[in-house]
Ligand binder design. Structure first.
Ligand code: ADP
Length: 497
């Protein structure tokens, strides 16, 4: 059974209809092995569908389709490619509610606070990049008066994109939109926990794009992602995921001498000075920590340094805000907080909470478990705010990817700044103050790729996003990301003598 591309209102029926497929060369196909694996609703434990279990044979087929399509696609005028990508954005905008429901069903992220928002940012990302076709400009180079020397931007070829489960729509869009506009074709390997909504996006886009430009595989990391990175016809890898897997992908790319963009983990600091607008800072901590997403974000502001003069008031306000949030059925419009993605992730997060308690920290547990018996097998977890926690306790240092925030007390700005920078990660950071000099100083000295003052916005189209240190290599979401990561510069000399 396949499904119409008209917007669908029932996510369960849609999950069933999408089941068991890759999308290769414009068509739904089963895995070469015929194998599938279950996709589970984390709010109920119920299997909602199956994903095709891809392996090297499927990778071969998808890359061959992408390579064949690229020969044509790169000759389509850049602005026309952009128009088609923007048209995909406009079409996806008609599916925001449908995509929001499906992603809520497979990831447990609450529809109102997270899933629908993600679906609308997805559409916006395609519209943004779709307008950038004419920006694929080269240069004239003053090399020799008798030689006309120019550079042109050429696509790299077939891009292999590997994405995680936490924000799969947005993170995928940040890769495929610029890759396609720049004249590349793409094979995406979805995350095993969230394969269906991205497949649906691929299906919708394949109504507009030529067959083979955008192919979607589902499968497990080493068995499907591994062969994609290793495939001789893949010219570039763009990966978002954990630091450990990022290292494996980077090593595999190095073996083949192909470029890899890596967006990895984080342990992002937030510094709240004594003069900060406290209510705004509290709201910043709530969005920054992504409590509505159960903290499952690489950018989560999970280390919060608060000046001692406002520390206790800040902690109380954060506690009250998170406590008032409603945990429940992700598809219920009233729900603020959904579930953790998988039983393994739930155990991992619980381990960190236990470790924090053992280290002597004060654990403030917020919100309440849902009472609905239909959700009794759901992977719900009450958010925890740690105070009085040692800087070297595991929850204070390591990326948790769960609803656990650590709030530290400081007395001196230099002490807070040093603590904020004392991390292997460097993805995002924020400073909250009314003092312009402190703000300016912090923006210059915070070791992170994305630094904000008095706000905590999430990724936005046109703002370069990506980390330093172990948080990754390369930027995404901006014009520069398209030029630097999805094209190479060719130098051409016309000798007129
Ligand atoms: P997480 O711990 O959040 O699942 P991972 O970094 O393991 O994060 O997964 C992110 C993506 O990387 C997923 O699509 C996963 O299947 C893929 N992946 C995992 N292992 C490998 C690997 N060895 N090679 C390529 N991709 C992989």
């Amino acid at each position: 059974m396949t499904v119409s591309t008209a917007p669908q209102s029932d996510p369960h029926a849609l999950a069933q209809a999408l089941s068991g497929h890759h999308l290769i060369d414009g068509a739904f196909v089963a895995a070469a092995s015929g194998r599938t694996f279950d996709v589970v609703n984390p709010a109920t434990g119920v299997v909602i569908g199956q994903a095709a279990e891809g392996d090297a044979a499927d990778v071969d087929r998808a890359v061959a389709a992408a390579a064949a399509a690229q020969a044509e696609w790169k000759t389509v005028p850049a602005r026309q490619r952009g128009k088609l990508v923007a048209a995909c954005g406009a079409r996806l905008a008609e599916h925001v509610d449908e995509l929001g429901r499906l992603i809520a069903l497979e990831t447990g992220k609450a529809l109102r606070t997270e899933s629908r928002v993600e679906a609308s940012v997805l559409a916006d990302m395609f519209v943004f990049f779709g307008g950038l076709g004419s920006e694929l400009k080269g240069e004239t180079v003053p090399f020799n008066p008798s030689m006309m020397t120019v550079t042109v931007r050429e696509p790299v070829g077939v891009v292999g994109a590997i994405i995680p489960w936490n924000v799969p729509l947005l993170l995928m869009a940040m890769k495929i939109a610029p890759a396609l506009v720049a004249g590349n074709t793409v094979v995406v390997k979805s995350a095993e926990e969230a394969p269906l909504t991205v497949l649906r996006v691929c299906q919708i886009m394949n109504e507009i794009l030529p067959a083979g430009c955008f192919n979607m595989l589902s499968g497990f990391g080493p068995e499907c992602g591994g062969p994609l990175v290793a495939h001789p016809k893949v010219a570039k890898v763009s990966f978002t995921g954990s630091v450990e897997t990022g290292r494996i992908v980077a090593r595999a790319a190095a073996d083949r001498l192909i470029p890899a963009t890596l967006e990895l983990g984080g342990k992002s600091p937030m510094i709240v000075m004594g003069d900060a607008d406290l209510d705004r800072a509290v709201e910043g901590a709530i969005t920054g920590m992504r409590f509505t997403r159960q903290g499952q974000s690489c950018t989560a502001s999970s280390r919060i340094y608060v000046h001692e003069s406002v520390h206790d008031a800040f902690v109380e306000k954060v506690r009250a805000r998170v406590d008032a949030m409603k945990m429940g059925d992700p598809l219920d419009e009233e729900t603020d907080i959904g579930t953790i993605i998988s039983p393994q992730q739930l155990e991992k997060v619980k381990g960190y909470i236990e470790a924090g308690r053992k280290a002597g920290a004060t654990a403030i547990t917020c919100s309440r478990m849902p009472k609905d018996p239909a959700l009794s097998k759901g992977l719900f977890l009450q958010p925890v705010v740690f105070t009085d926690i040692a800087a070297d306790a595991p929850p204070a240092k390591e990326e948790i990817f769960g609803p656990v925030a650590c709030i530290f007390r400081f007395s001196d700005y230099e002490e807070a700044l040093a603590a904020a920078n004392d991390s292997e990660y460097g993805l995002a950071a924020t400073i909250w103050t009314k003092d312009l000099r402190t703000a300016m100083d912090a923006t210059q000295r915070l070791e992170a790729g994305f630094v904000q003052v008095n706000q905590n916005l999430v990724v936005q189209p046109n703002l370069s996003y990506g980390g330093v240190k172990s948080s990754g290599l390369g930027k995404e979401a901006s014009l520069e990301s398209m030029l630097e990561h999805f094209t190479h510069k060719k130098t051409i000399i016309f000798n007129m003598t």
